[in-house]
Design a protein. Structure first.
Ligand code: F6R
Length: 241
């Protein structure tokens, strides 16, 4: 794993955007693996800037998102589909048909998960995947557990994640209790993975991640098994290492 420690969130975002930019320039029909949350917003802002200044063209780019609440409507302003449209897709020249986010209204969630996994394979896999890390070391909605499901699956959210995400909802009771998420094996199909972490709140997770022990009780530690991972974190997130 390569580790890049930068001063702050803005530098972390720019460094990640430069890696994404290289992949897009090298292959204009590449597949980007995307995430939601606070961490990648700066990356998306940089990609929008690079599009507006003519450095990047998204006309042929395809995207696959890690996860989505379940059940949730794409029109709900807390859905990850809504987030992606608002934070990135509506501000670049990407064809929305080429943007895949798990369907929070899928009637048969298990069937949908199988099809999502097949869809990733049919795109030829993901060229570069961005990941944030949960305070408890979760990746996507792969929460700390004794065992993990490898591929896209429906999962229950932990109390920790429901509480952390309740800041976006009117109340904790409004947070969906389940989610559709790519599994660690789905994520490992990506040829390159960019993990980002910013702020003191992520310091414990980064310390465990780099602690040299792989355990499903901190899913982020599994990233040590992939052969092309770059961790970009700011000084605060790196402060306990
Ligand atoms: C989002 C996702 C989550 C977040 C994680 C960190 O699609 O899969 O695993 O990456 O919860 O969230 P933030 O970035 O808000 O700290």
């Amino acid at each position: 794993m390569k580790i890049l420690v930068v001063d702050n969130y803005a530098e972390m975002s720019r460094a990640a955007a430069d890696i994404f930019g290289e992949v897009i320039k090298e292959n204009p029909t590449c597949v980007l693996g995307l995430a939601t949350g606070d961490t990648p917003i700066g990356l998306y802002d940089c990609l929008i800037d690079d599009y507006k200044t003519g450095k990047l063209d998204f006309a042929g780019v395809r995207t696959v998102n890690l996860d989505e609440y379940y059940p949730i409507s794409p029109d709900n302003d807390q859905s990850y589909r809504y987030f992606m449209n608002e934070k990135l897709f509506d501000s670049i020249n990407i064809d929305k048909k080429n943007t895949m986010v798990p369907d929070g209204l899928a009637k048969d969630a298990n069937k949908f998960c199988r099809e999502y996994e097949e869809m990733i394979d049919s795109l030829g896999g993901i060229d570069v995947q961005v990941l944030g890390v949960g305070r408890n070391g979760h990746v996507g909605f792969n929460e700390p557990e004794d065992g993990l499901y490898p591929y896209t699956h429906l999962t229950d959210l932990t109390a920790n994640t429901i509480e952390a995400n309740s800041r976006f909802f009117a109340s904790e009771a409004d947070v969906p209790k389940q989610a559709l998420t790519m599994g660690m094996s789905s994520i490992f199909k990506a040829r390159k993975i960019v993990v980002m972490a910013s702020g003191k709140g992520k310091a414990e997770a980064v310390k465990t991640m780099l602690g040299g022990r792989i355990t499903t009780s901190c899913p982020a530690t599994l990233l040590a098994l992939h052969n092309d991972v770059v961790l970009i974190c700011d000084k605060d997130a790196y402060s306990l290492v």
